[in-house]
Structures are given as C-alpha cells and as structure tokens.
Design a protein around this ligand. Sequence first.
Ligand SMILES: [Zn+2]
Length: 100
Amino acid sequence: MFCPSCGEELPEGTKFCKNCGKEISNIQTSNAVQTQGAENDHKIAIIAGYILAILIPLIGLIIGIYLYTRKDSENAQKHAKYIILVAAIVWFISFMLMMN
Ligand SMILES: [Zn+2]
C-alpha cells in the first residue's frame, strides 16, 4: 500500500504514514467501500455471462473476456474464467451435435 497523501510506500495495516504523518485507516475504509461497489457492479455482468454462455456461447464468451479484463475485481476475473469455460464447453457440445 501507498500513502494517499505523499505516495510513500507503507507496510500493510499501517495507521500513520511514516513520511508525512497522515492517518491511513480512514482512507483504507473508504477504499474498501469503493472496492465493494465495484464488486456489486460486476454481479449483473457475471450472472448475464453465465446465462449467455449457456444460451448464446459467443456473447457469453465476449462477456467473459470483458469481465476478465476488469483488473479492479478479483471476483469478476475468477467468474470470467468459469464463464469462458462454460461458453467453450457449450460451443463444443453444439458443434458435436451439428456434426452428427
Ligand atoms: Zn505520507
């Protein structure tokens, strides 16, 4: 983590910046709230991704790739991998059925 005031690198969990003396704990809390907000924003895309991966694999795949590029949310990236996998499997099964 870095001091939001002066940019000094600080060990995780530091309460006061050792360089400029600014209190860190309040800023950390507001960042956590922001992160939570981002997680919520991706929920709809994650659910839509799963549904579309099954119904329309190509669109599911696109949403999966979109979620995978969301560097702000580990949760979105984790689900993106599953969505891409589901889309690929459904695509493969559809392809096999068409062959028969
Ligand atoms: Zn500082």
